[in-house]
Design a protein around this ligand. Structure first.
Ligand code: PHE
Length: 358
């Protein structure tokens, strides 16, 4: 019996020596110290031995069990260490490598500029009114005092939207659908909305209309087929050209700096009379003349004028009682001036290297 135990121990230790992974180790455990292992059989057979043999064999079997369990524990540690070493070698992690930069999203530069303009106008009492980007010819032109074949339409070549003629859209020919060429049609919509609620006594209006406009143009460094505008409109009793000048001078100073000089140049728009374009003194050269201002010392920033009586009428405001002023500015243009951006195509080019700078 004692020889058998010696053999069991020897065989078990030999087979343990070649175990090198966890599953082989588990199998070894079952085979050598498990319930039906030869060693456990010896324990089970102790009862059949004589009184003299029992303590001797029992002690020897216990000794073997202690040896095997110690060997198992040691092997188990060795296997764990080997696995750890292996995974460390395979999944090598170089903690000295620089981290990957997390890209934080942000607002498009145009949106940032739109918000700058709107927040200045908000301080001056102008409320935001958003109007639609797809317009009718009637709103975009006719209600703004552009006659059907008025040459001023050529200032704003348009994207017309094809309407299926079989859809029976009757008057589409006189009133086609187009992408708005400026934010000015929002003037009519805002005035109509306000005057519809109170036709006898429509309320005064002071609004800022932001948004994308579209023109059918050759895309060049200076012109794009889409751009943002912000329109301003103030309508009420007793509003004069002096209010227009004061408001726009104040706006230009808040936008371009408190000592910015401003000038008004007579101009023409069908929907304002009189009309004026507003220039600020070139903030690149301080008025001395440079490339940005093409040596004039001035930069044009917006178009403006007193709302034409026909336009007031179309909005539901009696032009005998009410007057108003309006202005419109391109926000990409302002950004180009501010940041000396030489090509307007950067704005919609989706080049992250450009966008990253804002
Ligand atoms: N809508 C004009 C344009 O796009 C700008 C403008 C707005 C001029 C309001 C006068 C009054 O050129």
């Amino acid at each position: 019996m004692l020889d058998k135990l010696k053999e069991i121990e020897k065989a078990a230790l030999e087979s343990l020596a070649v175990v090198s992974d966890q599953s082989a180790l588990d199998a070894w455990r079952v085979a050598n110290v498990g319930r039906s292992s030869p060693l456990m059989q010896v324990f089970a057979g102790l009862g059949k031995l004589s009184k003299e043999e029992k303590p001797v064999v029992g002690a020897a079997a216990n000794q073997v069990k202690i040896v095997l369990e110690a060997a198992l524990e040691e092997k188990s540690q060795a296997v764990k260490n080997a696995m750890l070493a292996k995974s460390l070698a395979e999944e090598k992690l170089d903690v000295t490598l620089p981290g990957r930069e997390v890209n934080i999203g942000r607002l498009h530069p145009s949106t940032q500029q739109l918000r700058r303009v709107l927040s200045i106008l908000a301080e001056m009492g102008f409320q935001v009114y958003t109007s639609r980007e797809v317009e009718s010819d009637e709103m975009n032109f006719q209600m703004l005092n552009f006659a059907p074949h008025h040459p001023a339409r050529e200032m704003q070549d348009s994207f017309y939207i094809d309407v299926d003629p079989s859809a029976g859209s009757g008057s589409r020919e006189d009133n086609p659908i187009l992408m708005r060429t400026h934010t000015s049609p929002g003037q009519i919509r805002a005035m109509r909305e306000a005057s519809a609620n109170n036709p006898q006594n429509p309320p005064p209006i002071r609004i800022a209309l932001p948004g994308m406009c579209y023109r059918y143009e050759q895309i060049t460094a200076r012109s794009e087929i889409q751009f943002n505008q912000v329109e301003g409109l103030a309508v009420g009793e007793g509003i004069t050209f002096a209010d227009l000048k004061g408001t726009l001078t104040d706006f230009a100073r808040r936008m371009f700096g408190h000592d910015a000089r401003v000038r008004f140049r007579a101009s023409y728009f069908p929907f304002t009379e009189p009309s004026a374009e507003v220039d600020v003194e070139c903030f690149v050269c301080g008025g001395k003349g440079c490339q940005v201002c093409k040596n004039s010392g001035w930069l044009e920033i917006l178009g403006s004028g007193m709302v034409h009586p026909n336009v007031l009428q179309n909005g539901g405001y009696d032009p005998k009682r009410y007057t108003g002023f309006a202005f419109g500015m391109g926000t990409e243009r302002q950004l180009m001036l501010r940041n000396k951006i030489t090509d307007i195509r950067y704005f919609w080019g989706n080049d992250v290297r450009f966008l990253d700078q804002f």
